[in-house]
Design a protein around this ligand. Structure first.
Ligand code: ZN
Length: 264
């Protein structure tokens, strides 16, 4: 009798082991991979709930991994060793490194078509924030209107969490689908420590993506028009114009900082 029980247990372990070790089914993860990612998400949710939001948005990648057990950690590492290009994502890799000094920005309260919305606390690497601040000041002096950072620096650790949350909650455990909407850690321009991106909103809260907005809503603003002509003077560049080479959708609100050579 014991032999049978031991045999059954051994069989179950080897079957589970095989389901664990097998390659990811990118259309839909197998039941064991799905189960483990769900429990990873639950652990992270619990951890994040115990932290202030302004801490967790900048949590680094290694701190995220430390919350997990070795089996979970190995699975996350396997996930993020996939080249997202194989999942149809064609953007470049930026970095998983930590940025230098981050400036913490208070949440901005918007009222977009009468509906309140807040940006939440945001961060921006100090060097690019200096330029943004100058740009916003000059724009205000010229027009009496304001621009804001609606979304700033996002750490690769947070990106790792957001990807798995979207995989589990929004995309039915399909890696292919998830990768269309969420960048993997290190592949978001918002996580680049030097050439970081910011999403810009105007004082009415128009950014082209919140609530029911479409990109053209931001394209039509005087802010976009001004940025197209002037952002370059502050080292900000539009990353994803229409039909861009990265295969990313049109994002008129998304500008990255970059110091182009040739200046003294
Ligand atoms: Zn963006």
């Amino acid at each position: 009798m014991e032999y049978i029980i031991v045999g059954i247990i051994a069989l179950i372990i080897s079957v589970l082991g095989a389901f664990y070790l097998t390659a990811f089914n990118r259309e839909k993860l197998n039941f064991l991979h799905s189960y483990i990612f769900e429990s990873i998400l639950n652990k992270w949710d619990k951890k994040l709930n115990s932290m202030a939001e302004d801490e967790w948005v900048i949590m680094d990648y290694d701190s995220f991994l430390r919350v997990l057990n070795p089996l979970e950690r190995a699975l996350v590492k396997r996930l993020y060793s996939i080249n997202p290009a194989e999942l149809g994502f064609t953007g470049p890799f930026y970095s998983k490194e930590k940025p230098g000094r981050l400036v913490k920005l208070d949440s901005v309260e918007f009222k977009t078509s009468g509906k309140p919305r807040s940006s939440g606390v945001q961060y921006c690497p100090a060097h690019s924030y200096e330029d943004f601040k100058q740009m916003a000041e000059d724009y205000f002096n010229e027009t009496g209107r304001k621009i804001f950072i609606d979304s700033g620096y996002r750490s690769p650790g947070r990106q790792a969490y957001v990807f798995i949350r979207s995989l589990v909650r929004n995309n039915g455990y399909s890696l292919n689908k998830t990768a269309k909407w969420v960048a993997m850690p290190g592949f978001s321009e918002h996580g680049s420590p030097v050439n970081n991106a910011v999403d810009i909103a105007n004082e009415e809260g128009i950014n082209g993506f919140s609530d029911d907005q479409v990109p053209e809503d931001f394209e039509k603003t005087p802010e976009y028009d001004w940025l197209r002509k002037n952002a370059i003077n502050y080292n900000f560049y539009l990353s994803y114009p229409r039909d861009n080479e990265h295969g990313v959708g049109y994002e008129p609100w998304h500008w990255h900082w970059e110091k182009k050579g040739g200046e003294a």
